[in-house]
Design a protein around this ligand. Structure first.
Ligand SMILES: NC(=O)c1ccc[n+]([C@@H]2O[C@H](COP(=O)([O-])OP(=O)(O)OC[C@H]3O[C@@H](n4cnc5c(N)ncnc54)[C@H](O)[C@@H]3O)[C@@H](O)[C@H]2O)c1
Length: 270
């Protein structure tokens, strides 16, 4: 049966690829984003595939969420899937990254997802159905040095999702959390960092990703449709998840090495 799907941050990268995948499955899609021009462009490109619409909306603004709930009620009479995808990136050593940047990334990456879950849970409870899909990151599993603020927000999204999984299942609501490794998108554009050269490093990591955004999107939609709790789209993500649990010594050796290399690199650059 055709689903009604809302995707935040759907104007670019993973959100746009998710919209494409859902449309190809015959579902109806509403994408939201703060980037209005890219949102309209995404609708222009994807509308030959099916019913897609765009609303400018900021996940950090409560009244924008109220407006989205009203839009969904008026136009669709309900919702089947919400994908809390909108996100930003930040990097920097703990003594360098500013508290303003901590507040900013927590507001978007963590509280933006909390707001999405809070906004649509009453509707899902009334329907006795609905799927929440929260986009976290492999950063929630493997806490790489110099990424503290990003890692914390994504670990928070995993924790929120684990909590809601067992809180909402009795109401007929499913929860999926997604932990991808790197893949090519525009994420580096929004990155805030006080570190010289860090933006280029992140750009290279995104470009070197082993899966495309389309491939990641397919794995997410297939997983969410089966109510899989945790989707780890990349093989290296699955491996890291297991190594951390069953061979923590190896996991720590790898991250200790990364910490030493980053120290040398950042001190050279500053
Ligand atoms: N690209 C990767 O390697 C990677 C890896 C793991 C997780 N992720 C996660 O995937 C998600 C999508 O990111 P992406 O890689 O496609 O990046 P992207 O920058 O291409 O897309 C993110 C979109 O979110 C929008 N956005 C940002 N703040 C917003 C807000 N407050 N309200 C509404 N929209 C907002 C941006 O305008 C942008 O269109 C993010 O949560 C990111 O953390 C990405």
């Amino acid at each position: 049966m055709s689903k009604r799907v809302l995707i935040t941050g759907g104007a670019s990268g993973l959100g746009k690829s998710l919209a494409e995948r859902y449309l190809k499955n015959g579902d109806r899609v509403l994408i939201t984003d703060i980037h209005a021009e890219r949102g309209e462009q995404a609708v222009f490109e994807l509308s030959p595939l099916g019913d897609i619409q765009f609303v400018t909306s900021n996940t950090t603004v409560d009244s924008d969420w109220d407006a989205l709930v009203a839009w969904v009620e008026k136009n669709w009479g309900g919702l089947d899937v919400i994908v809390n995808n909108a996100g930003v990136a930040a990097s920097g050593r703990i003594d360098k990254i500013s508290m303003d940047d901590w507040d900013w990334i927590i507001d978007v990456n963590l509280k933006g997802v909390v707001r999405g879950c809070r906004a649509f849970t009453p509707m899902f409870k009334k329907q006795k159905s609905g799927q929440i899909v929260n986009i976290a990151s492999l950063a929630a599993v493997a806490n790489a040095p110099t990424m503290s603020s990003y890692n914390v927000t994504k670990a928070g999204v995993v924790s929120l999702s684990e909590t809601l999984r067992h809180e909402l299942t009795p109401y007929g609501i499913g929860v999926t959390v997604v932990c991808p490794s790197f893949f090519q998108t525009n994420l580096a554009e929004t990155m805030r960092t006080p570190e010289q050269g860090m933006e280029n490093t992140v750009k290279k990591l995104l470009a070197g990703g082993k899966l495309s955004a389309e491939q990641v999107a397919k794995k997410i939609v297939d997983g969410a449709n089966k109510n899989t709790f945790m989707v780890l789209p990349h093989l290296e993500g699955k491996a890291l998840h297991l190594i951390k649990r069953y061979a923590p010594f190896l996991y720590n050796l790898g991250l200790a090495d990364a910490g030493r290399k980053l120290k040398a690199k950042l001190e050279r650059n500053s």
